[in-house]
Design a protein around this ligand. Structure first.
Ligand code: SF4
Length: 335
């Protein structure tokens, strides 16, 4: 394995392939971990099985490449880096988590002064750092904090969040003053703020630093409000139905279609796998879209699109079925 910041579980991989007498493995890794694919393929082939690496993008556990794996005749999908999300596949699937090796101590020490004004702290992280939560809890308790780690039992681990599921944060939100997120980047902590409305501090173990999520979130909220307002004038609205296994929400899309039509506007259902500006530009008469697939495309990538791309809850605000204040209070995510 290349020397890395991540620990891949190889023994379960080899054991499962041997036990199941697999001949062809379809190996799927998220962006950022694909670089480890060739080495993992070699490990798989040492068992006597053949490995095919999926070179297509993979952004989440929702994006299980079951159709592609079946198409090449694989008898096992190995999906690294995410915990299980969908059972929507006929092919046996092995989800293997990847642990980050980085120590969280220095970043947490940096975060403690930023948490100074708050006593009750909710602790959240991604699956890569979930094994470090007990240690972080001990560090915070030592400096007098009361720590809550939510377990809404929707995700595999207590305290775990994914891009579209903050149920564990929401489960403790009302009992805490602020959240501490352990992990890299701003993608997940922005989600924590949008889901709970609580101040959030990030302890980034990779960069060994800590920071508050403040300006990014207020900037994002201003942009979302602008999109909601712009969409009000659309007479023809496209409703995106996801084709990825964990993104199919046809009943939500049909509900949205009815709500749009009830206001006298035209609603067009569009089935889509990869949502890109180019794909949506093929429909120039449609001037706003409701996205029932991955909500993060609407929230994080909106600047790439020429027309508003609303989440279903934002669409309710546009259609006058929900108040903006209510959305801010309830949060952006279903979970
Ligand atoms: S729907 Fe989006 S946020 Fe949720 S797991 Fe898939 S890619 Fe991640």
């Amino acid at each position: 394995m290349p020397s890395s910041t991540f620990e891949f579980d190889q023994s379960i991989l080899v054991e499962e392939i041997r036990k199941r007498e697999v001949r062809l493995v379809f190996l799927q890794l998220p962006e950022g971990l694909k670089t480890y694919g060739p080495k993992l393929a070699s490990i798989i082939e040492e068992t006597g099985a053949t490995a095919i690496i999926s070179a297509d993008p993979c952004y989440g556990a929702c994006d299980l490449a079951s159709v592609e794996a079946e198409r090449v005749g694989a008898d096992l999908i190995v999906h690294y880096g995410h915990s299980s999300m969908t059972s929507n596949t006929t092919l046996p699937t092995l989800y293997l988590e990847v642990k980050a090796k980085a120590s969280v101590k220095r970043a947490v020490r940096e975060a403690i002064p930023l948490l100074e004004t708050w006593r009750k702290i909710g602790l959240v992280t991604t699956v890569q750092h979930v094994h470090k939560l007990d240690g972080v809890r001990a560090m915070l308790t030592e400096v007098g904090k009361i720590v809550k780690i939510g377990d809404a039992e929707k995700l595999k681990y207590a305290g775990q969040v994914i891009g579209c599921d903050y149920s564990n944060a929401k489960a403790v939100s009302r009992y805490v003053d602020a959240f501490l997120f352990i992990g890299g980047g701003k993608f997940h902590p922005i989600g924590v703020v949008l889901a709970t409305g609580k101040p959030t501090v990030v302890a980034d173990p990779f960069e060994k630093r800590a920071f508050k999520m403040e300006t990014e979130t207020s900037k994002l909220l201003r942009k979302r409000w602008a999109s909601i307002r712009e969409a009000k004038s659309a007479e023809e609205i496209g409703i995106l139905v996801g084709l990825k296994p964990g993104q199919k929400r046809i009943s939500e899309a049909l509900k949205m279609k009815k709500l749009v039509e009830d206001t006298g506007k035209k609603a067009i259902l569009l089935a889509i796998r990869e949502i890109t500006p180019e794909a949506l530009m093929q429909f120039p008469t449609i001037s706003a879209f409701i996205n029932t697939t991955c909500p993060r495309l609407s929230l994080d990538d909106a600047g790439r699109f020429h027309s508003p791309l609303l989440t279903p809850k934002e669409a309710l605000v546009t259609l006058g079925k929900m108040q903006w204040e209510e959305l801010c209070k309830e949060g952006w995510f279903e979970n």
